[in-house]
Design a protein around this ligand. Structure first.
Ligand SMILES: Nc1ncnc2c1ncn2[C@@H]1O[C@H](COP(=O)(O)OP(=O)(O)OP(=O)(O)O)[C@@H](O)[C@H]1O
Ligand SMILES: Nc1nc2c(c(=O)[nH]1)N=C(CO)CN2
Length: 180
């Protein structure tokens, strides 16, 4: 058993529908969704000019290791007809594995090309950290060289990283409150 923090984003096609597919996809079999953040509208991060994203962060639990969370996320991306074209470019659905803990609460680290844990850019991304904090107000990002409260990472974001990130003012059927 492990618990994973997943970041999902969409800026092509039916953005809410694609995010709904992620929540549904991680609610099947032995997987459970423990919390889902509100949906945030977020300006595109990175060098590519493109439409705004809808982003959510989910806390999920299941009988999986880090690679298995990544591969399940890739299956859901494929189901949303995700195509790998431009790096950091538009996509129907992106599922990143932000962090994973084992059943004793110990962080799992990975440094292979296929899976880097924690996600190497999570700590600097408002579109990951702000929803993560909403889903888990006591969240901590563990890295091999130390741990930081996500609330502190959010507080340290520069104005450019926070700008334009807003909760979407639309009710979603999958709303599930903070994890604790
Ligand atoms: N923690 C992780 N979560 C998701 N993918 C990862 C992770 N670590 C490594 N990868 C690898 O990154 C590769 C590229 O993923 P993807 O195309 O989704 O990148 P991206 O979403 O455009 O960029 P970013 O990784 O900056 O969010 C995938 O093949 C995957 O194996
Ligand atoms: N706001 C936002 N920007 C992004 C996102 C995302 O999910 N949200 N995903 C990207 C793919 O790496 C690139 N840029």
């Amino acid at each position: 058993m492990s618990t994973a923090v997943l970041s999902a984003g969409s800026n092509l096609g039916d953005r809410l529908g694609h995010l709904a597919g992620v929540v549904e996809g991680f609610s099947a079999g032995s997987d459970r969704v423990l919390a889902v953040s509100p949906v945030y509208v977020t300006p595109p991060w990175g060098p590519v000019a493109q439409d705004d994203f809808y982003n959510i962060t989910l806390i999920v639990a299941g009988d999986r290791d880090g690679l298995s969370w990544l591969r399940r996320g890739a299956e859901l991306e494929a189901a949303a007809d995700r195509r790998r074209e431009v790096r950091w470019g538009p996509r129907t659905l992106d599922v990143d594995v932000v962090a994973v803990r084992d059943d004793e609460g110990n962080p799992l680290f990975s440094a292979t090309e296929e899976l880097i844990l924690p996600h190497p850019r999570a700590h600097e991304r408002g579109f990951v950290l702000i929803p993560w904090l909403a889903a888990d107000p006591a969240a901590v990002l563990d890295r091999p060289d130390g741990s930081t409260a996500v609330a502190d990472l959010v507080a340290a974001l520069g104005p450019d990283e926070r700008a334009g990130i807003d909760i979407l003012d639309t009710e979603v059927p999958w709303a599930r409150g903070p994890v604790r």
